[in-house]
Design a protein around this ligand. Structure first.
Ligand code: ZN
Length: 177
């Protein structure tokens, strides 16, 4: 799958809900597998369907330590279909983010500390989850893609943008193998 880069219309277009009865469709299940494989190939820790030119409201959250995010906590990848934010903290925190669709850059972005979400799992079951800290950040980053935004839309100060290599030199202590 090709990853859409910033400037593509699909990244500015709100995603469409997946019809519940289509979730178990083999074509859709294959799409989910391909989206997961695409994310893993790119060393991503999350991805949203619009990033592969698909307009449907699907995201994957898959935090794990990797060369792009050496300090990320490990988890099993979770597929969220038609996610809806039901509550979020008023408290926020700032952290540097990257995006597969915004190559070579990091942005310092303010996000809620925690978020509560209703969604459908890949077998079509309604689920509820509360994400905190870095996982809340990944969720909110991917959720932005489902409403036609990227982290660039949060930038109000150019000091909050850094080249990835500069960010790595500044913040990542261990040299990457
Ligand atoms: Zn992204």
């Amino acid at each position: 799958m090709k990853i859409a880069q910033v400037g593509e219309e699909v990244l500015k277009t709100p995603a469409l809900s997946v019809q519940e009865e289509l979730i178990t469709d083999p074509e859709f299940q294959t799409f989910l597998d391909n989206l997961l494989a695409c994310m893993l190939d790119a060393n991503g820790i999350g991805i949203a369907a619009p990033q592969v030119f698909d307009p449907r409201a699907v995201m994957i959250i898959a935090s794990r330590a990797n060369p792009r995010y050496p300090d990320a906590p490990d988890m099993q990848p979770e597929i969220l279909i038609n996610p809806k934010v039901t509550a979020h903290s008023d408290n926020t925190c700032w952290e540097w983010e990257g995006c597969l669709s915004v190559p070579g850059l990091r942005g310092n972005i303010e996000r809620a500390d925690w978020v509560e979400v209703d969604y459908l799992s890949r077998d079509g079951n309604p689920k509820f989850v509360r994400y905190e800290g870095f996982l809340a950040r990944i969720f909110l980053h991917e959720y932005d893609h489902l409403i036609g935004k990227t982290w660039l839309d949060h930038i109000t100060d150019s000091n909050h943008i850094m080249a990835n290599d500069v960010w790595m030199a500044k913040f990542v202590m261990q040299p990457q193998a």
